[in-house]
Design a protein around this ligand. Structure first.
Ligand code: ADP
Ligand code: MG
Length: 623
């Protein structure tokens, strides 16, 4: 039996889970009974060993030379310039490759034959995902595990989401959906509470892990999960508590400015365990050895909870801005919440709990499993999407950041504003500003600020073939489609003279589809199956899922169809069924998109009805 799995791809730890047939989600364990897999990859210098993942990566790094990569999720979908901001004080735990190509961060790692090569955050994530995939296949048996829901921080932008999706493909997954981590947590928490006859209301999910912070405000009401607002910081987490301690350790052995990546990694690991001990004790002896020029230098100092609190306070206070913004965007005060759910390993820190209590004016709920609840929610969503769980449920998520285009004067014109429910679309019509203008540059941006340079540039393209007319006469319609993964597609059409010129842009962190396919070809997984075959299979799976969902929708809500709509849906479904039997994945892709298109307005009517029903139920209750 094929299983659809849910994956929490964390900065520090990653987990994989399955759910289905009404059973509660199950975290899949490794051979030592451990659910968490450290998101760490070690590339050994010795030719005999390839990449090592998880706890083994730490062990291998202790016994032989090579590059240990940890917390690389912070660099997903970022260029080197943006990443440099995270390399504080020259204390580096990685070596970066210098390159003119600034689209991705490139880590320098041994190539296994005495030289070096570049690795990327996407490749590291793919290794972690592949290790989880292997684990799932071992535990579940009976064939390959392919379909997966992978979680991302709610505050991940388009490029960071694209990068995560690519990593999933590289690892051999068919990524059913990218799901926001706090939304996943709320889903698992809410369904669990619902099973106990509770769990309606409005909650804040406060998710502080190793590298990222998210806060989401959600309402759940019998099967309807609606995110009302989300905010966060994709570079804020427990790692930031470790660095100041690690620096003290490096100072103590005289390596303040000269530490190698290996030494920095050692110091960071010592720092992290000291920090975790201070969660349950008032003071800790930081002691151990660091290898410096073939000699072992010892470290020994004591650190108190109060000292650590002083180091952490400025970092924790940075949670306030996003919490404030999420509440304002949701139009709520803390008093209007029914509860605050804590998620993520760093919410074990007493000062973090104190912050949440202080900010929201109530004791946070501690009954969600901080390490496992995200993976559990992802598994539930995977079961729903793959049809192995038939519960009637609707999940409405939002986009964390506004999307727009550059207009005159270097300002951003927003087409979709943050916290809009996804999927959604928007269009805007531009006119030419010069006589005889035959081309127009379109610059797509993501972010909240007014000026172009303060937002993230997602894509630039040039629409050509505009008919030469007087200024202001040619009209270009730019339309944005944001899918359920929070990924954007942009289309521009010139419509003044009926000479339609259309271009489609898939914004990414700079990699084209061809380059991603190239990576797939060179991927860690290529021995297992022919890539073209795999891409085709992926598309078939997706097409069958869309067909199945459409059949169900027609059965459930046929009454909402408009005259003539059924005929065109039926025809498009038939065309898709035929495309599935063929072996051209591009044809298949187009047929799938055609069905999506022809059912969009029907889907919107269904959604409106579901929301209406949910509100209706609520009113009856309240009376
Ligand atoms: P991620 O989602 O980033 O993978 P997790 O939710 O697993 O992260 O949280 C990892 C972070 O939580 C790390 O910074 C880790 O040090 C911290 N953490 C875990 N347990 C504790 C603890 N008992 N006390 C303090 N920090 C902890
Ligand atoms: Mg996490």
């Amino acid at each position: 039996m094929a299983h659809a799995v849910g994956i929490d791809l964390g900065t520090t730890y990653s987990l994989i889970a399955v759910a289905g047939a009404g059973a509660p989600p199950r975290i899949l364990l490794d051979e030592n009974g451990e659910g968490r897999l450290p998101s760490a990859v070690f590339f050994a210098e010795a030719q005999t060993q390839g990449a090592v993942v998880g706890f083994d990566a730490f062990a291998a790094a202790r016994s032989q030379p090579g590059a240990l990569l940890t917390s690389t999720k912070r660099f997903m979908g970022k260029g080197r310039a943006a990443a440099a901001a995270h390399l504080v004080d020259g204390a580096r735990n990685y070596l970066l490759v210098d390159s003119d190509d600034d689209r991705q961060v490139l880590f320098q790692v041994p190539d296994g034959s005495g030289g070096v090569r570049a690795s990327t955050p996407v490749e590291v994530a793919a290794y972690v995902l592949k290790a989880l995939k292997d684990r799932a296949e071992d535990v579940l048996g009976g064939g390959a595990v392919a379909d997966a829901v992978i979680t991302v921080p709610a505050y991940f932008d388009d490029a960071q989401r694209q990068a995560t999706r690519d990593a999933g493909r590289l690892a051999g997954f068919n990524v059913l959906r990218l799901l926001a981590e706090p939304t996943a947590a709320a889903l698992a928490y809410g369904l669990d509470k619902e099973a106990q006859g509770r769990g309606q209301g409005t909650y804040a999910v406060f998710d502080l892990g190793g590298g990222t912070f998210d806060v989401s405000i959600l309402t759940f009401d019998r099967g309807l999960f609606r995110v009302r607002a989300t905010a966060g910081d994709t570079a804020l987490g427990g790692d930031d508590f470790d660095w100041p301690i690690a620096r003290r350790i490096l100072d103590a052995v005289g390596l303040s400015t000269t530490a190698t990546p290996q030494q920095t990694q050692q110091a960071l690991q010592m720092a992290r365990s000291a920090k975790e001990i201070l969660t349950v004790r008032e003071s800790v002896e930081v002691s151990g050895f660091l290898d410096v020029d073939k000699e072992r230098r010892s470290v020994a100092f004591s650190l108190t909870r109060a000292e650590l609190d002083a180091l952490m306070l400025p970092v924790i206070n940075r949670c306030a801005g996003p919490c404030e913004r999420a509440l304002v965007d949701a139009g709520l005060t803390p008093a209007a919440l029914d509860g605050v759910i804590l998620v993520g390993g760093s919410t074990r820190v007493p000062l973090v709990r104190a912050f949440a209590r202080e900010f929201f004016g109530r004791d946070p709920l501690l009954d969600a499993h901080p390490d496992e609840v995200v993976a559990a929610g992802a598994a539930l969503q995977a079961a729903l999407l793959s049809g192995s769980d038939e519960r009637d449920m609707l999940l409405l998520d939002v986009t964390p950041l506004s999307l727009g285009v550059e207009t005159m004067g270097g300002v951003v014109d927003k087409l979709i504003t943050r916290n809009a429910t996804i999927p959604c679309s928007a269009t805007h019509t531009f006119t030419t500003y010069a006589d005889q203008q035959t081309a127009m540059d379109i610059h797509v941006l993501q972010g909240e600020r007014e000026k172009v340079e303060h937002n993230k540039s997602l894509a630039r393209f040039r629409l050509r073939g505009i008919p030469a007319l007087g200024a202001g006469l040619a009209r270009v319609q730019v339309s944005f489609q944001l899918d359920a993964d929070g990924l954007l597609t942009v289309t521009a059409t010139e419509q003044a003279t009926g000479a339609v010129q259309s271009i489609e842009v898939k914004p990414s962190y700079g990699l084209t589809d061809a380059e991603v396919e190239e990576m797939l070809l060179a991927s860690i997984d290529n021995a297992e199956a022919d890539i073209t075959e795999r891409l085709l299979i992926e598309k078939r799976v997706e097409a069958r899922r869309v067909l199945q969902a459409t059949h169900k929708a027609l059965d459930d809500d046929g009454a909402l169809l408009e005259p003539g709509e059924r005929t065109s849906i039926d025809a498009t479904m038939l065309a898709l069924e035929q495309a599935i039997t063929g072996d051209n994945r591009h044809v298949l892709q187009e047929a799938t998109e055609a069905l999506d298109q022809v059912t969009t307005s029907f889907a919107q009517r269904r959604m409106t009805r579901r929301i209406g029903e949910a509100l209706e139920n609520k009113r009856i209750d309240q009376i």
